[in-house]
Write a protein that binds this ligand. Structure first.
Ligand SMILES: *Cc1c(COP(=O)(O)O)cnc(C)c1O
Length: 360
């Protein structure tokens, strides 16, 4: 390709590609398993995938309710034109009540202070205070204790707050089935005591996939296809074109620490992505070459660059798959495992620096 013929912008040097058709396939698969409502969890910028483009796409498909963690995340969805219900999963702080009301976001209540603030601010603004009630069935993080759910609901409703949903969160999905059952039993007791007329939701990704749904579900990880073995697939790739391709001489040392020492004659490509783009340091061992072959990373990755060994020379227009949308050695789960962390942590650290391209 001649220099004037290179693509511009997002496809020029390194970018993130998100496959919305794959997102929809994951959503459909989860909805089939769930039976009831599936709430897409779009917190932390949809685990690095981009909350607003995903919300717009899903809203276009008829999804009417989303969940985020913070007021700020909710604000960005509203300012981006999302009309559906936006549930704030983090327990509402009393100081956030007014803003949540003005933006038409549905907060989670875990204590009466927040309920009182919501009620007061709503009265002052002439708005209807709506909320979901969080019940603690064993995680001891947020939520009204499940034994006090009835009195909590009565107290919140007495303040004029319209409680539309009631939910709890699993502490040990995929890890301790017996405790999952304990939490479900407690939630079932709450449900019996409060009666129907509320939207009850419970399972997260691993709760749904490993234990099945008993109420509505809130899913993040599985929606992004980051759980192997259920027919889901990852929806995000990181692609890059090399900025330099060269041949090494025997004894040449590559990158920081000079830890890769050339035998001589091997080809090397420098890709313009590094740990500032979300590649976990010390955990990226391979990249896929333009022909799909696995290429070994040579030496340490830098903040902005990664060097890989090639079987032979390639042009600068060649596209390398740095992070692939699968469960192999160049996938996000392999990175997380090599780094000794959770796929969640790797996903949320995918950098906003790389331009994004959304494929429908
Ligand atoms: C993040 C979160 C979820 C989604 O969890 P996944 O494991 O990603 O499916 C569900 N519910 C609550 C309360 C959360 O904070």
């Amino acid at each position: 390709m001649r220099p004037g013929g290179y693509p511009k912008g997002v496809q020029a040097r390194a970018w993130v590609e998100v496959d919305l058709a794959a997102l929809w396939a994951n959503y459909r698969l989860l909805a089939g398993r769930a039976g009831g409502e599936v709430i897409p969890v779009l917190k932390a910028d949809a685990y690095g995938h981009g909350a607003l483009p995903l919300a717009r796409f899903l809203e276009g498909k008829g999804v009417g309710r989303f969940a985020v963690a913070t007021l700020e995340e909710g604000r960005r969805l509203r300012e981006g034109g999302i009309k559906g219900e936006v549930l704030l999963l983090g327990s509402l702080h009393p100081l956030e009540a007014e803003e949540a009301l003005r933006l038409g976001l549905v907060p989670t209540l875990s204590n009466l202070e927040a309920a009182e603030a919501l009620s007061q601010r709503a009265r002052a603004l002439g708005l209807v205070p709506r909320a979901h009630l969080k019940v603690d069935t064993g995680m001891n993080r947020v939520g009204f204790p499940s034994e006090e759910a009835v009195s909590a609901l009565r107290a919140v409703e007495a303040l004029g707050v319209r409680v539309e949903g009631v939910y709890t969160h699993l502490a040990t999905a995929g890890e301790d089935a017996a405790f999952v059952e304990t939490q479900r039993r407690r939630f079932q007791e709450v449900r019996r005591a409060l009666g129907e007329g509320y939207f009850y939701h419970l399972e997260n990704s691993l709760g749904l996939l490993r234990h099945g749904a008993t109420a509505g579900v809130r899913v993040g990880l599985a929606l992004y296809g980051l759980v192997p073995g259920f027919g889901l697939r990852p929806i995000l790739r990181i692609l890059a074109r090399p900025t330099l391709v060269k041949r090494l001489k025997a004894g040449d040392r590559v990158g920081y620490g000079g830890v890769y020492v050339a035998r001589g004659g091997e080809w090397l490509a420098t890709l313009p992505v590094g740990y500032a783009d979300g590649l976990p340091w010390g955990a990226v061992r391979f990249v896929k070459g333009p022909d799909g072959r696995l290429l070994e990373v040579a030496g340490r990755i830098s903040m902005d660059q990664t060097t890989v060994l090639l079987p032979g020379p390639v042009g600068l227009e060649a596209v390398f798959e740095v992070l692939s949308a699968d469960f192999g050695p160049t996938g996000l789960l392999a990175w997380a495992e090599a780094r000794g962390t959770l796929p969640y942590e790797v996903a949320v650290h995918l950098s906003r620096r790389l331009p994004r391209r959304y494929l429908e």
